[in-house]
Design a protein around this ligand. Structure first.
Ligand SMILES: [Zn+2]
Length: 559
């Protein structure tokens, strides 16, 4: 499920604009229903202990891939790889950091050790046996942001090459002029998170500036997740294999607790809260701490090939069949890991056996639909989402069908397991014409669309559709509704918070006795309608004016 790690705002464009062709020739009432039994059965199967939590490169992967192929065949779909196979190989490297002792900080005569895991979590993307920081100068660099459009530069006048930067999580919370209790909506998205708030941005920025190390200070509220989630990043991690073996990255990337950061800054004669307040202003300048950090991390590495699985329903139109709509769902989860309450299999039922099950069922129904879709429909189950959206990144970089002929991506990451809703959430609502398709279908179901309730968490950038968006392909990021029929107003939020705190990325993410997939089936039918109508449409859906991906798409299409 969408990684619970900070991210971006999607540029919201004006909501009123002419839809490309949201309503298709076939009414919702004439489209096939999505079977709750089928979704439940496939979710149960994929999340059973037999599948061992579906970690890439394990027996769980083999079983998962095999299961998809059987189901796709049974549905009457064709192998999706033009080479005639059902899979796309995704070369991954896995790195397991083994820190050799604590992070040692020295300043003058003072020395202080910060414990790995308790205080600091470190890892590296360098594909090598050992990485080391040796007395690397520490610099506090505010939010670690360079945003010329906001005249913002946390690195102004400071060279951090070879140094280790300490930066704050999320984007700078700049107060509105005349109202210190509100965020200025004109900068860094106001309440919504922008790209600059995302941890991946900060690591990328450190690499760009030649920093040797980067530590992000974790705070639960602005991060949106507890330190335990960050601690989980200190284990085995996957990456795509790049030609330079990731040597362009900072040697050490990591996180530190707010307590550790406070202690570190105190050593340097600085007050964390005061620096943090200053960092939320344009006047802030990075502060060299007069201290150094050292740590050695040995790494176990292994390379492995994982797989995306892909099926195709060829279009019925001789010309339009060379144009595509692609459904995605990530099949991977965390495999077997640290036991919680005596259970060590991370079954990933909701995350994301449920999304795969929904895509399978859409495939089955789509294959039977009359008239058949004019354009081709792809059903793509991607790997290594939980490791940083890697399978979808690989597909977007090495697409099996041209992206300029790919109309849209519809991604399903988690489903609604608590019954019917009057609404459907679209993360990044207003981003593209796909929203108009969704709105038309929802309207026929007597439902409404709702924007992301937590724009401050920047969800649009946290699942596989983002890799399509980044390349310009309009991408839909739906989420469950929150207004449950016949339930109290706070029911949806309560259930969701419950899931996040108890089951999210935990072995207890299993099919529960109280699951009610009637709402998920309605959502699934809506997704089917969108894909089908896109397949029949007279023109391509577009990003709305003002959207950050529009220029890429226009260029790709020669507009
Ligand atoms: Zn997940």
């Amino acid at each position: 499920m969408r990684s619970f790690l900070p991210v971006v705002l999607v540029a919201l464009a004006a909501a009123c604009s002419t839809p490309s062709q949201p309503a298709g020739p076939v009414a919702m009432s004439d489209l096939p229903n999505i079977s709750t039994d089928a979704i439940l059965a496939d979710t149960r199967k994929l999340s059973s202990d037999e599948f061992e939590g579906r970690a890439p490169g394990t027996k769980g992967e083999e079983l998962t891939v095999q299961y998809f192929i059987e189901q796709f065949k049974a549905a009457g779909l064709q192998p999706g790889n033009p080479d005639g196979s059902w899979t796309q190989k995704v070369p991954l490297v896995s790195l397991t950091p083994q820190p050799q002792g604590p992070v040692v900080v020295k300043r003058g005569g003072q020395t202080r050790s910060f414990k790995i895991r308790d205080d600091i979590v470190v890892f590296s993307k360098h594909v090598t046996d050992e990485v080391r920081l040796e007395n690397s100068e520490l610099v506090f660099a505010g939010y670690g942001v360079q945003a010329p459009e906001f005249q913002w530069d946390d690195f102004r006048g400071v060279d951090v090459k070879g140094k280790t930067i300490v930066v704050l999580v999320n984007d700078p919370p700049v107060a509105a002029i005349g109202n210190p209790n509100e965020l200025d909506p004109k900068i860094f998205g106001g309440k919504a998170m922008t790209y600059y708030g995302r941890w991946t941005y900060k690591f990328e920025k450190a690499a760009e500036l030649g920093a040797a190390g980067i530590l992000i200070v974790h705070e639960t509220v602005p991060a949106g997740y507890p330190f335990t989630v960050v601690q989980g990043m200190g284990g085995e991690r996957f990456d795509l294999v790049t030609p330079d073996k990731n040597a362009g990255r900072a040697k050490i990337e990591g996180w530190m607790s707010v307590e550790a950061a406070t202690a570190l800054l105190k050593m340097a004669g600085q007050d964390y809260q005061k620096l943090k307040a200053r960092a939320a202003t344009r006047e802030f300048k990075a502060v060299p701490l007069g201290a150094t950090a050292s740590v050695t991390v040995k790494q176990k590495s292994r390379t492995l090939d994982s797989q995306n699985v892909i099926a195709k329903l060829p279009g019925s139109d001789p010309v339009l069949k060379d144009e595509y709509i692609v459904y995605t769902a990530h099949w991977d989860h965390f495999g077997v890991g640290e036991p919680v309450n005596g259970d060590n299999i991370y079954n990933g039922a909701l995350d994301n056996a449920s999304g795969c099950a929904t895509v399978l069922e859409i495939g089955r129904q789509m294959a039977k639909l009359k008239p058949q879709p004019r354009r081709s429909i792809l059903f793509l189950m991607v790997t290594a989402e939980e490791q940083g959206l890697l399978g979808s990144q690989y597909y977007a970089e090495f697409p099996l069908y041209p992206l300029q002929k790919t109309l849209a991506n519809i991604n399903i990451d988690g489903i609604n397991q608590w019954g019917r809703t009057k609404d459907l959430t679209l993360i990044g609502l207003g981003a593209s014409d796909l929203d108009d398709y969704a709105r038309a279908a929802a309207d026929e179901q007597g439902r409404v669309l709702r924007p992301d309730a937590e724009p401050e968490k920047g969800f649009y950038y946290r699942s596989d559709h983002f890799n399509f968006a980044k390349k310009g392909v309009p991408a839909l990021d739906p989420d469950s509704g929150i207004d449950f029929i016949g339930k109290p107003a706070d029911y949806g939020k309560k259930k969701r918070d419950e899931y996040t705190s108890v089951d999210y990325h935990a072995p207890s993410d299993q099919v529960k006795a109280d699951w009610d997939l009637s709402g998920a089936a309605e959502d699934g039918k809506l997704f089917l309608a969108i894909g089908y109508r896109l397949a029949q449409a007279d023109r391509f859906p577009e990003w709305k004016p003002g959207n950050e991906f529009k220029a890429i798409r226009d260029k790709m299409l020669g507009r």
